[in-house]
Ligand binder design. Structure first.
Ligand SMILES: [Zn+2]
Length: 170
């Protein structure tokens, strides 16, 4: 994909733009959805923008925009700056999040992370099932005719049913 044609949408001003227009109309820097980059070298540092000169309006005065660099910490760097992302998206030494986990996290940390992900997933599942049960219940109440034999959901099903199939905690 041609990176120069890649478009970004600013979270501040809503403008859709592409390189090298990194500023909002008011002169502040565009801000995009943050993205995390990973490096095999722990405190990797790289330039994301070269020094450049801009001419100010009709005055003819020239201003120097200094070069910018970014600094990784423990092999990772998160940024919502589109110019940073533009440079890092083209950086061949970047590694995947999974590779980063292998390199930087101990087995114990990886297991804990996995556990947290599973727990969050389990909680989402319980929420989904409960809201589904609520809908079914509402439907049943709406449809219920006096004297009609409508099966009801026993309260126990809300928790025991939701948890079946969930991984057991060690
Ligand atoms: Zn903007």
């Amino acid at each position: 994909m041609d990176n120069n044609k890649k478009t970004y949408t600013c979270l501040n001003c809503g403008e859709t733009f592409s390189a090298p227009k990194w500023e909002c109309a008011d002169g502040r820097r565009h801000v995009v959805e943050a993205k995390t980059y990973y490096s095999a070298s722990s405190s990797w540092r790289t330039y994301v923008a070269e020094e450049r000169l801009i001419t100010l309006g009709d005055t003819g005065r020239v201003r120097v925009i200094p070069a910018r660099s970014v600094q990784f910490t423990r092999g990772s760097f998160t940024t919502g700056d589109p110019e940073d992302q533009f440079a890092l998206d083209q950086e061949p030494s970047m590694i995947s999040a999974d590779r980063w986990k292998e390199l930087y996290l101990s087995t114990d940390e990886r297991n804990k992370m996995k556990e947290r992900e599973l727990k969050a997933w389990e909680e989402r599942l319980v929420l989904q099932q409960n809201s589904l049960l609520d809908k079914v219940k509402q439907q049943q109440e709406a449809n219920a005719q006096p004297g009609a034999d409508v099966p009801t959901i026993p309260p126990a099903a809300r928790t025991s049913g939701a948890r079946s199939g969930a991984p057991r905690q060690a």
